[in-house]
Design a protein around this ligand. Sequence first.
Ligand code: NQM
Length: 374
Amino acid sequence: MPAGSQTAIPCLLMRGGTSRGPFFDERALPADVAARDAVLLAALGSPDERQIDGIGGGHPLTSKVGIVAPGTRPGVDVEWTFGQIQPAGDTVDVTANCGNMLAAVLPFALETGIVEPAGDTTTARVLTRNTGMIAEITVRTPAGADGARHVEYAGRARIDGVPGTAAPIEIGFLDTAGSIAGSLLPTGRVRDTVEVDGLGDVEVTLIDNGQPLVIVAAERLGATGYETPAEIDADDGLKARVEALRLVCGRAMGLGDVGDKNYPKMTLVAPPAHGGSISTRSLIPRVAHRSIGVLAAVTAATACVLRGSVAHDVATGITGTEPTVSVEHPSGEFSVTLGLDPDDPQRVVRSALLRTARLLMSGDVLVPRAAQFS
Ligand code: NQM
């Protein structure tokens, strides 16, 4: 640690899917949660909408952190905690999942020696402590000219929302249902009618297969479902209707007063416009997503196969017991392959998808000493 007014903390800045943020080895951060959060807020530059005095990107998708540690329980190779910081907020929310940042966890663990490469590919079981979710993740780790194996970031996989191509990272999920809401359908119904001041009765599907979502027909909120994120962010009337609906649905989902919470997220759906299965526009929860979250895509895809859901009304072309659901979003589409229980095809038992990640910067983040270590 250099002397002076700042503390240097080793970190890797990584892109995970369509998100970006610093990743830390847990052992490099204060053990005390309040002290840890003060350090993370200072590192990103929050609270401040622009995060000008830190390395956050001034948007919820680039105001995230990963805290990684070796696995401590049987069958788990790596554990991590995902932290969401709203740029203008002063808290680190560790309640929800982030499947995009998750894509960078195994590369981080390999870069830092938490996991050793196993061969041309390395597969590990990664526990997201936020919700107890376990994912099986496979990363390319070929041998270099020196004979040593390294994470390969270059490749031909493409995910919408990220320019160019990169090495594929395969992610498989089991048991994501009820991550925060306790069960897949927290009201016990595939469709609910909720009464919202100023809107009247609104039909929604309240669902959580890794991310608690309110799924609503875009047209019911006066939208088309094909807006750009900038159009949504500029439409104060639409955002007020979405938030009014969210507050009512949060209570209906058993999540209490969600006024200050980052969930449930809002998914406006419409028929597909580009040959996919469904069109989506996400608010996370008060700002438009530029694409869609990973577990939000898994959850929206799950809703598409449930007869009677609001998503099922507008989804097309989903067949078989291993359907690939193409979830359209503002910057392209997100394919989620679902495994349905052959004895009960209304039951989703697993999901698989592709992401990419990249190490962007390696070094120390400097935080003012005022953000003290305990
Ligand atoms: O749903 C944004 C993202 C996410 C979360 C958000 C995510 C997920 O795109 O698993 O990835 O919903 O706030 O990074």
